[in-house]
Design a binder for this molecule. Structure first.
Ligand code: ADP
Ligand code: MG
Ligand code: MG
Length: 514
């Protein structure tokens, strides 16, 4: 794409065109389930006491341009990335060493590790694990040369938005192509005439991963045998429910697998493990059908990834209860820990042991190097380290982000705030954080976002691409299923540091490859 085409994108909208598009998107969103439950900021407490309201998910009016080579590379690397994180999860000793370094400074990581140790002591009864992963990237633009793909982070727990991002692709595709052969929905622009967003198979891919685990579980371990199901463990106050329903619907209607949802706070009330069955099947009694009992083959966590979800020891008890059961966990506690930012920093270390090659020893070495190419520089903050120097100097801090061992957005410290932040916490806690060089995404295009309170924002934006992958493996490292498919594009104002749709920073988008 030439610069002029790029800089004139998206086309200007007259007031009437914008109103037309906003109305079309609003209606399409609700008609097709591209929706979220409203936040209290939109619907003040008490206004919707029956909880019936939904609103459009934050979404861009136009698909955003994204470099084709970067998109293809992200897709091409997903399967080997899946293997990498399965291999890390299997290497309890290596992972344990990393975790040991965090335990004293990070209670959350320490408590997750304790869950593993407790179950290990008793003995795990399930040797299969399922990963539904999302690897996130930006297209990094160096002063010269083509944009390159750089990883923002790798998610091993509750990687969300597969369901809604597939819908955004459909929305943009409909606006571009319906009615057939016409381009009356958008003002004309060469980019909108020449391509449509690539197919997005996130729902099919993620649901197929869950279905593989369900099948691999095998027969009921109960006497008499019980019907089998998949269980989604969700947050009680979840607003992103329709994204989750897209996956459960595919599991129910296409794979014909019963799926239930349980809030993490109800896990101990609604599920049980019989003390007399050494196989420890996880039993689920749906409260709406108390006479039926199901045996859970696969526990899919859309909860339990943040410390504030563990309000008391009972929540840790519930997590341990799930972990010790025979259900296949997506993810296991160890797989969740493998997703720590610290692991990503250690993998990216340019000197010392080549952990990446060790974990991927069976893989094509050129592919391993392509994985390495996606790493942005990352540092620990140990005494006299390069990381410490970069973080404490206000000039160099400007080009960095400081990350704790957390998920879900809103946890990082950016740029000029880094030195001051570090000085405000005890130096002994610094090892709980990693410093990462900022990726410099493409000189921004513009876009227009319809937020979930109806506000319309136009401005320079940057986009983050996520690619979904699924992998089923056993704890000896044998891989039973490895697949990739579907993507997420999240677009945010150029001046915004954080990402995250649920955290309120980004809008869902789709890609126009150029
Ligand atoms: P989380 O697990 O909380 O999502 P991330 O590592 O994805 O943590 O960081 C949150 C957001 O911060 C990202 O979505 C991205 O917008 C921004 N970010 C993180 N790392 C970088 C980086 N190296 N360069 C530019 N932006 C980054
Ligand atoms: Mg994350
Ligand atoms: Mg992220």
């Amino acid at each position: 794409m030439t610069d002029s085409v790029y800089s004139s994108y998206p086309p200007d909208l007259s007031a009437a065109q914008q109103e037309f598009l906003v109305t079309a998107v609003k209606d399409w969103a609700i008609q097709n389930g591209l929706a979220v439950r409203p936040s209290p900021a939109i619907v003040p407490p008490g206004t919707d006491s029956n909880g019936v309201l939904a609103t459009n998910a934050p979404v861009t009016l136009f698909p955003s341009p994204f470099p084709r080579t970067c998109f293809q590379e992200a897709t091409a690397l997903q399967s080997i990335y899946n293997e990498l994180y399965a291999a890390i999860t299997c290497d309890t000793e290596w992972l344990g060493n990393i975790v040991e370094g965090l335990i004293e400074v990070d209670d959350f990581v320490a408590n997750l590790w304790k869950v593993h140790l407790a179950v290990q002591k008793e003995g795990y009864v399930q040797n299969l694990s399922l990963g539904l992963f999302r690897s996130d990237y930006m297209a990094h633009v160096a002063p010269t040369g083509a944009p390159s793909l750089k990883q923002v982070e790798f998610n091993t727990i509750s990687a969300s938005f597969g369901g809604l991002s597939a819908l955004v692709r459909e929305l943009h595709n409909d606006l571009l192509t319906v009615p057939p052969g016409s381009s009356i929905n958008y003002p004309s622009h060469p980019l909108l005439q020449s391509s449509t967003p690539p197919e997005n198979t996130a729902v099919e891919t993620l649901a197929a991963g869950l279905a593989e685990a369900h099948k691999a579980y095998g027969a009921s371990k109960s006497t008499p045998a019980l019907p089998l199901c998949v269980l989604f463990v969700v947050q009680k106050e979840e607003r992103n429910v329709f994204d989750q329903h897209a996956l459960s619907k595919q599991l129910k209607t296409f794979h014909k697998i019963p799926v239930f949802r349980v809030s993490s706070v109800d896990v101990l009330d609604q599920t049980s493990i019989s003390g007399s069955n050494p196989s420890r099947p996880l039993l689920y009694q749906p409260p709406h059908s108390p006479d039926s009992t199901f045996e859970v083959t696969t526990v899919y966590l859309r909860a339990y990834y943040a410390p504030d979800e563990y309000k008391s020891s009972r929540d840790w008890e519930a997590r341990t209860h799930l972990e010790r059961s025979a259900a296949i966990k997506c993810p296991s506690v160890l797989n969740q820990l493998a997703g720590c930012k610290k692991v990503q920093q250690v993998l990216a270390e340019p000197t010392g042991p080549d952990h990446l090659s060790s974990f991927l020893k069976g893989a094509d070495p050129s592919l391993v190097e392509r994985v390495r190419e996606t790493f942005a520089p990352q540092y620990d903050l140990s005494t006299n380290s390069r990381g410490r120097e970069l973080a404490l100097n206000p000039d160099t801090a400007m080009n960095h982000v400081l990350k704790p061992q957390r998920e879900g957005g809103g946890n990082n410290i950016y740029k000029s705030e880094i030195p001051e932040f570090l000085r405000s916490i005890p130096e002994s806690d610094w090892r709980g954080w990693v410093l990462m060089e900022l990726i410099n995404p493409a000189p921004s295009a513009q876009n227009v976002a319809l937020r979930n309170d109806g506000e319309v924002l136009r401005g320079n934006v940057i986009s983050e691409l996520g690619v979904y992958g699924t992998i089923l493996w056993d704890n000896s490292g044998k891989v039973l299923h490895n697949d990739q498919g579907g993507y997420l594009l999240r677009t945010k104002g150029k001046e915004v540091n954080e990402g995250g749709v649920a955290a309120g920073f980004s809008s869902l988008d789709s890609v126009l490859l150029f």
